[in-house]
Design a protein. Structure first.
Length: 418
């Protein structure tokens, strides 16, 4: 089939390449022309898609990247994988709206449009379909098909591959569901059909809200157990020996990426808009996690004070700037807030992350350094924010004067754990 994947980011590119590999003719559409040029040259910007795979589908002619909307004409199935950010606590669906208008101009009878972008329940049928209908002059469920299938991308996850992760699928009617399921059956090992698009939209938000709430509970507990004189990490390990009724979550300096800091707030916003009541669990969980960088800085200030030092003028080294273990993604990483707070207090902040190229635009106002023995030794304090495997933790512990370990990876007289 002729497939369009609109949006060639961390969700759209893996889908486009996989669809090309299984035999479809795929057009990867993106409004970012520099990204398109990079893809057309065979250079992948997504860690889960090796450039060699990208070049293979380019060379075979099964995949092409374009910023030209005219290239979308004649598609059988179009999948929307565009960003859905929050703007001042309000979902910003302008990318979906713009993409829907563009696809609507090329929509033909019998074609199918699937939304994968995370959003609140009702978006597919209440926003996407009307735009497609108005732009195309066609009727959803009569002239064309539609549905929602939430992405479940986990960058860097070695246990669950892209195609090995079960894929939720839904349609605006039975025929839509049948076609959409058939398409994804050829890409994923397992598809899970649900009764409607709202169920699929809500399911995605439940997945991420579950994680946010549980991480927040553990994070808040971590801010309390230190004063109680209890090692929360040992207690979590002990609780995790229960073979049922418990899922292991661990504390950290905050949450990042697109999912956890954003997606649950879509649900909170929708409930407030439609029902006029707050979703208190999400609001509390969000508040706890947004203040974890403040707690990290407070622990650092207290530790320096015990050594007769002030944060003002101290040389602080932050290790691990990405939001996720062994990843390259900096989106909404708590490291940015930690650095901002420390700089505001007058600290000399440096950051090291071997997963991020030296010339990458990190949008962090810190001096980038390597985690060398010399750099570790001259730092007044080292903060391990993310424990990438490329860090030599034994060397870091040996050379550092004092360490705040936010990941419970090091032990010794010069180490405090979060």
């Amino acid at each position: 089939m002729q497939i369009v994947v609109a949006g060639q980011g961390y969700v759209g590119l893996p889908l486009a390449v996989r669809a090309a590999e299984v035999g479809h003719r795929v057009v990867g559409y993106d409004v970012d022309r520099s990204r398109v040029q990079q893809l057309a040259a065979g250079q992948s910007h997504v860690e889960d898609v090796a450039s060699v795979r990208l070049r293979a589908v380019l060379d075979s002619g099964a995949y092409s990247a374009t910023a030209d909307a005219a290239a979308l004409a004649g598609f059988d199935i179009a999948v929307i994988t565009v960003p859905t950010p929050l703007r001042d606590g309000v979902p910003d669906l302008t990318h979906i709206e713009s993409c829907a208008r563009t696809l609507g101009e090329h929509l033909r009878p019998g074609a199918t449009v699937v939304l994968e972008s995370t959003t609140y329940p009702g978006t597919t049928e209440e926003l996407l379909l009307p735009i497609l209908e108005t732009t195309s002059g066609l009727k959803g469920g009569v002239d064309f098909l539609g549905g929602f299938s939430p992405e479940r991308i986990a960058p860097g996850n070695k246990r669950w591959s892209f195609e090995g992760t079960p894929k939720l699928v839904s349609g605006i009617d039975a025929k839509s569901l049948d076609v959409i399921k058939g398409f994804y059956d050829g890409i994923f090992q397992t598809t899970v059909p649900v009764s409607g698009t709202k169920v699929a939209e809500l399911a995605k938000l439940i997945e991420n809200t579950f994680r946010l709430v549980n991480i927040s509970m553990i994070n808040e507990l971590a801010t309390l157990t230190d004063r109680l004189g209890v090692n929360i990490w040992e207690a979590i390990d002990a609780a995790a020996t229960k073979p049922f009724g418990f899922t292991r979550f661990t504390p950290g300096p905050g949450v990042g990426g697109h999912c956890l800091p954003v997606d649950p707030l879509f649900l909170s916003w929708k409930i407030q808009q439609d029902l006029g009541v707050p979703f208190r669990f999400v609001e509390l969980a969000d508040d706890v996690n947004r203040h974890m960088p403040d707690y990290v800085v407070r622990r650092l200030v207290e530790a320096l004070d015990k050594r007769g030092m002030t944060i003002n003028g101290s040389r602080i080294l932050l290790l691990g700037l990405t939001y996720k273990f062994n990843a390259t993604d900096l989106r909404n990483s708590p490291s940015a807030r930690v650095a901002e707070l420390l700089i505001g207090l007058g600290a000399e902040v440096r950051g090291a992350d071997p997963n991020i190229p030296e010339d990458a635009d990190t949008e962090l106002n810190v001096i980038r350094v390597d985690a060398t023995p010399e750099e570790i030794a001259v730092s007044d304090a080292v903060v391990l924010l993310m424990d990438h495997t490329r860090f030599d933790l034994a060397m870091i512990q040996e050379k550092a004067t004092w360490i705040l370990d936010c990941r419970n990876r090091m032990f010794g007289a010069n180490v405090e754990v979060l």
